[in-house]
Design a protein around this ligand. Structure first.
Ligand code: FES
Length: 113
């Protein structure tokens, strides 16, 4: 059902290898990433280490490097890779007819967080 998904705009608003942020009223900002191969992922914009803004990190493959202390975070699972431990919530995302949709209930959850 379309009502379960929030249309946040065209895929063209994010160039490959970049991210944009979506403010959530009363909750954590969400970061939407586009990889160089054209995949899209959405995570809470808060590194599991010390809350660095992941949207400002460097995207390589399916991973973003946090801009603060260079932890590597999987865009698919939100988990820190390598020696580092921690996880950031992933927001379910889908692409339909050139538009980006986030699962509404997952976004609303962030408001209560
Ligand atoms: S805040 Fe992200 S690595 Fe430290």
């Amino acid at each position: 059902m379309i009502g379960d998904w929030l249309d946040i705009g065209s895929v063209d608003q994010i160039t490959p290898g970049n991210a944009r942020t979506l403010p959530v009223r009363g909750g954590d900002e969400i970061a939407i990433f586009r990889t160089l191969t054209g995949d899209f992922h959405a995570l809470v914009n808060r590194c599991p280490h010390k809350h660095g803004p992941l949207s400002q990190g460097i995207v390589h493959g399916g991973v973003v490097t946090c801009p603060l202390h260079s932890w590597h975070i999987s865009l698919k699972t939100g988990e820190a890779l390598g020696e580092d431990k921690g996880c950031v919530p992933v927001i379910p995302l889908k692409i339909d007819a050139g538009r980006i949709f986030l699962l509404r209930s997952a976004v609303m959850d962030k408001r209560a967080a």
